[in-house]
Design a protein around this ligand. Sequence first.
Ligand code: PHE
Length: 506
Amino acid sequence: MEKSPQWGTRAGFILAAVGSAIGLGNIWRFPAVAYENGGGAFFFPYLFALLTAGIPLLILEFTMGHKFRGSAPLSYARLGKGKEWIGWWQVAVSFVISTYYAVIIAWAMAYAVFSLKLSWGNDPGTFLMGDYLDRIDLAGGEIGQFGNLVPGVFIPLVLVWVVALGVLFAGVKKGIEMANRIFIPTLVFLFLIIVIRAITLDGATDGLNAFFKPDWSSITSSKVWVAAYGQIFFSLSIAFAIMITYSSYLPKKSDITNNAFITGFANSSFELLAGIGVFSALGFMAFTQGVEVKDVVSAGIGLAFVVFPQIINEFPAFREFFGFLFFTSLVLAGLTSLISIVETYVAAVQDKFKVSRTKAVMLGGGLSALISLVFATQGGLFFLDAADYFINNFGVALLGLIEVIAIAWFARELRNFQKHADDLSDIKLGAWWRICLAVITPVVLGYMMFDNLRTNLTTDYEGYPREFLFDWGWTVALGALFVAIIFSLLKWKKGALEMNGKEESQ
Ligand code: PHE
């Protein structure tokens, strides 16, 4: 048997957790979510969600991984009988996400290369965003057809997988920790250069005013609070099995609570930085086009791959350089998150089937890489969009809810977890922690789920054809649960469930 892996240093663990948390969501999701949900006033629901759900759940997941010393399925199995499926469900959701997250990183890689010539993929035969968008305008009928593999996506996609799986082959300390030690400081450095440039552009102040201007009336809207919770969950990679897996590699004597606070605040700081950078750039674009900031606000794929190239084209100087910097930042932010999601199923497969890390990476990573080819086809964007929307809405929020209910109400483990964390940590937890997890979070997430379900049963997301949404949305989301249940029914190898140190047996 291989020795169980461990982080080399405390900073290594924090960087890896922060690396998972800081992803595309920080850069292209947060700014628009904040803007649309009250601007400066969004700060309050956001901070509330961070302090009542984000950080308490991080503490919970760190404690769980550290206490049970296993991947998500193993940790849930050790938590108690009949709970293993929750771990597998989290792992299955992560698996699905990894298949398309890799493709988005591949786009960013392609765009980093395009920026060197400011060509943005318009060369004949490259088929990228411009063509996708034409299709959205023209041809509803084409949704649901694959078409050919797109070389401009396929080639960087291969590279993305080579890097991610290469890091995972190398292991926790020499691979994941090392990669994050290099990627995260580099990312922060590159991104700071971009932000400094952005805030000194003409029109930047208008952008920042639009971003920070508080709309106090938003505070009473439930939609805004739901958005705040959603952002915090996604952004901190909570309920994805990631933080449980990463904390299972913590040495026995490790601070839990302080680490969770550092991770949470580091992630939010980067989010704020991205908001400032993105809105300065949008202000600049509005200025050059002589329109208002609200007319150029966008998010997600459109912001990164359509609006940003336009902004870069307008830059006063060093366009190629800043274009390259921006897309390289996306690649770095994405890679560290991708590595963390793939590690969840690498660890799970290793734990359950007692195979080596190399085999687990080849099997799990290989399968995900193969499936990711679907999203590298001409019709790929639509599949990606539908899968992403459904897996997030019916995977993550729901899983967060199930997680807190399983631990707080069924296993009734909160007090034991609190003791476990308190014995190790500088900051001691109080009753506030248990109240957040047992009462506040379940109520908010429960409402969120209900609202979600109602919306999606009454309207078709993006107006996509219903059959397509059924096949690529609902089936993918429910399929993850189905696969999870099958995996949880398989037998553990003899002795695999027992803890080695008796001090932590249940
Ligand atoms: N936390 C990442 C972000 O903000 C997203 C992510 C979620 C990455 C789950 C991996 C797994 O973009």
